[in-house]
Design a protein around this ligand. Structure first.
Ligand code: ADP
Ligand code: MG
Length: 256
């Protein structure tokens, strides 16, 4: 059989076996292996390594897409010195992801512009890299989604989807208050996750003010009791980073 024919058959087999990276690379790597006098196993190892690496990268990209992060902010662009109240070692410890495996929760509480969404996203990205399923919603978007699903008799399906996420991020709780029905749906999601799945909540409200969002002392107390049991709580107070940056650039311009 000619080499050409062999390659054609090989290509067809690799396609059937769904090994696109090996299919794309085997000829080039075969030439390199021959030139370097590499053995068969070495060659096969290189090919399979490439396939495994590409698959891993594709799966990660798919997990990040599915998470629905509003922006791609990571720790490399986060300036911890700007938020002295936030412990860098503790946050980086969380970025290792064990808390998600332990089904613990995390709350980031602080005034607007202090980096809550940034840190929540970076923690979510870290979890994606560890192979975990993440879903990011603002509280308002999550409630809307639940209400819509309920209207269309799809609530069970949507709750199931949320349940499959190892980490649910609920950003900006407290900016908007919900209808009683909306608050109850959100409560149901939070309560369902208790000790089974992780939840990360960011809020501009201190816990003592959550009654405004959840309406009713009893529901708020029940929710906080579950959320804050085994919870990493970070207070991010201080000046708004956006505000500080815009003041800095104004000063720079004035100095010109
Ligand atoms: P919050 O969610 O608390 O209102 P954000 O996370 O949206 O705040 O932060 C506002 C903007 O400032 C974003 O663009 C964010 O990336 C940036 N930012 C906030 N804090 C920091 C920080 N400590 N280092 C770098 N960028 C920051
Ligand atoms: Mg935010």
């Amino acid at each position: 059989m000619s080499g050409n024919n062999t390659n054609l058959l090989l290509r067809s087999n690799l396609k059937q076996l769904r090994l696109p990276t090996i299919q794309a690379e085997f000829e080039k790597l075969a030439r390199e292996a021959a030139a370097a006098n590499e053995g068969y196993e070495q060659y096969l190892l290189r090919l399979t390594e490439l396939e495994v690496a590409t698959r891993g990268a594709n799966a990660l990209a798919a997990r990040i897409r599915a998470a629905g992060f509003p922006v791609h902010k990571d720790f490399d662009t986060f300036d911890f010195t700007a938020v002295p109240s936030l412990s860098k070692p503790k946050v980086l410890e969380l970025a290792r992801g064990e808390w998600v495996e332990q089904r613990a929760n995390c709350c980031l509480i602080g005034s607007p512009g202090t980096g809550k969404t940034h840190v929540a996203t970076a923690l979510g990205l870290a979890a994606c890299r560890q192979g975990k399923k993440v879903r990011f919603y603002t509280a308002a978007a999550l409630v809307t989604r639940l209400e819509e699903a309920q209207k269309q008799y799809q609530l069970e399906r949507v709750l199931g989807q949320l349940d499959r996420a190892d980490l649910l991020i609920c950003d900006e709780l407290g900016y908007l208050s919900f209808s009683r029905a909306g608050a109850e749906l959100l409560f149901q999601v939070f309560a369902d996750r208790y000790e089974r799945r992780s939840l990360l909540v960011t809020s501009n409200l201190a816990f003592s003010d959550w009654g405004q969002v959840f309406q009713g002392e009893r529901m708020t107390a029940a929710l906080l009791d579950r959320l804050t049991h085994r919870c990493h709580i970070f207070e991010m107070n201080g000046e708004s980073f956006r505000f500080k940056e815009s003041m800095k650039s104004k000063k720079r311009k004035a100095g010109e």
